[in-house]
Design a protein around this ligand. Structure first.
Ligand SMILES: [Zn+2]
Ligand SMILES: [Zn+2]
Length: 55
């Protein structure tokens, strides 16, 4: 995995358990979430369309 930063907390994510997924709204931006933010269901924000949410 390349250097990636969590979309929620901006921490660099390198550990297994982080996920990379397409934005569920616009599908153009990539959302990255670290294990902690997944676990805590921390909100993320898509910079492409402004979509916000844990789902
Ligand atoms: Zn995070
Ligand atoms: Zn989006």
């Amino acid at each position: 995995m390349d250097a990636a930063y969590c979309s929620s907390c901006k921490k660099r994510v390198t550990e297994p358990g982080a996920v990379r997924m397409a934005c569920p709204s616009c599908t153009k931006e990539t959302i990255i979430r670290c294990r902690d933010c997944r676990h805590l269901a921390v909100k993320y924000l898509c910079h492409g369309c402004g979509f916000e949410g844990p789902n």
